[in-house]
Design a protein around this ligand. Structure first.
Ligand code: ADP
Ligand code: MG
Length: 351
């Protein structure tokens, strides 16, 4: 339905003009797209026998993002990464994007373009095409919903439910960086701050951590590699925090786990941030969401081959624990060798 979205006194966004501009600037020709933006629905051809993988995410201003600490471009980028990461965690290849948007009265078309620039910057390396969406006015906040479509060869999709007793537990990259970055963004600027230890953190570490929060990476190549070689028995992306996302694997696979806290991959910047704030970096790694790294399990007979090929491919993986029977529960082994029950403390919307 067409509408003229009346925003500030003199700025009005006309829906059709906006959609036309978005189409011109952000969608591109893809041979498998019969009809992209411009009709009642998009039409695509699918490769025979492939499985289709679908994911959608809704982001609300004030709940998922804050325009005081992130630009529209950052928000668009992160929104796309969250969806790309979900497709990556299934071992699939992302292909098409649909975007639904509600723009507040104070919103400007310049901001919408910034949002799309961010989304497309995240999608471009994966050759994901924008094929549709919907646009509305909002009486309050910004709302942004992304739907991503991908494909995976039959029986190669990675599920949370595939972990088996004896499997090794692995994670890509480093974890805890995004939470540290978010906290830095929410702190008063270093000079104005009275925080005695703020100055301890170097600009380089600060930039690394805020960059990891604002411009995360979706591990698409790693996910495809894990599925193609049938290395992973189960997988999930770390969007809510290691302990919470690990719980999902345990529950869906009906297994227990021993997590070796001494082996968690922490970046030098995350360690430096934790030291400067007198925090335990392991806590940041366990609870910090939005790292968008992959957490996955590998059968004992595949582990050597996995680690060898990862080295050759230049993928960064860390072995962080083992899968146990369900009755074992979730346990953490500390670096001092003591064992305790692993509490899962992750982000919950309604608590
Ligand atoms: P309808 O009235 O059928 O919902 P629209 O005028 O909303 O049609 O949409 C026209 C075309 O523009 C469709 O192809 C739709 O997918 C696309 N579209 C609408 N809004 C957006 C958006 N925010 N981003 C990308 N494509 C959009
Ligand atoms: Mg519409």
């Amino acid at each position: 339905m067409a509408s003229t979205v009346r925003t500030k006194a003199r700025s009005t966004i006309h829906e059709f003009d906006l959609i036309h501009a978005l189409h011109q600037q952000y969608s591109r020709r893809i041979s498998s797209v019969i009809q992209g933006i411009g009709d009642d629905a998009a039409v695509i051809t699918s490769r025979a026998g492939q499985w289709t993988v679908l994911t959608t995410d809704l982001l609300t201003e004030g709940v998922h993002f804050d325009l005081r600490t992130a630009t529209m471009t950052d928000i668009g980028f992160r929104a796309a990464i969250a969806n790309l990461s979900d497709i990556a965690a299934m071992g699939a290849t992302p292909q098409y994007l649909l975007v639904s948007l509600a723009v507040p009265r104070t919103g400007a078309s310049r901001q919408v373009h910034q949002l799309y620039r961010g989304m497309m910057a995240a999608c471009r390396p994966h050759r994901v095409g924008l094929i549709g969406g919907d646009t509305s006015a909002s009486s309050g906040a910004w709302f942004l919903s992304l739907t991503l479509v991908g494909i995976v060869p039959p029986r190669k999709a990675l599920f949370r439910s595939g972990a088996r007793i004896g499997d090794g537990l692995y994670v890509t990259g480093t974890i805890g960086d995004s939470l540290a970055g978010l906290r830095l963004l929410n702190e008063p600027p270093p000079r104005a701050s009275r925080h005695p230890s703020t100055a301890v953190l170097s600009t380089r570490h600060r930039q690394f951590l805020t960059g990891r929060h604002l411009r995360p990476t979706a591990r698409v190549a790693e996910g495809q590699w894990l599925s193609t070689h049938r290395f992973a028995t189960s997988a999930i992306d770390i969007s809510d925090g290691l302990s919470g996302d690990l719980r999902h694997i345990c529950e869906e696979s009906h297994v227990g786990v021993e997590l070796d806290l001494g082996t968690l991959p922490l970046s030098p910047a995350c360690r430096a941030y934790a030291a400067s704030r007198k925090l335990d970096p392991v806590d940041l790694a366990l609870t910090g969401g939005e790292d968008y790294e992959l957490l996955f399990t590998v059968s004992p007979r595949q582990r050597l081959r996995l680690e060898r090929t990862a080295l050759k491919q230049g993928f960064s993986l860390t072995y962080i624990g083992n899968i146990h029977p369900h009755r074992f529960g979730m346990q953490a082994l500390s670096s001092h060798g003591t064992r305790h029950r692993l509490a899962s403390r992750s982000y919950e919307h309604f608590t």
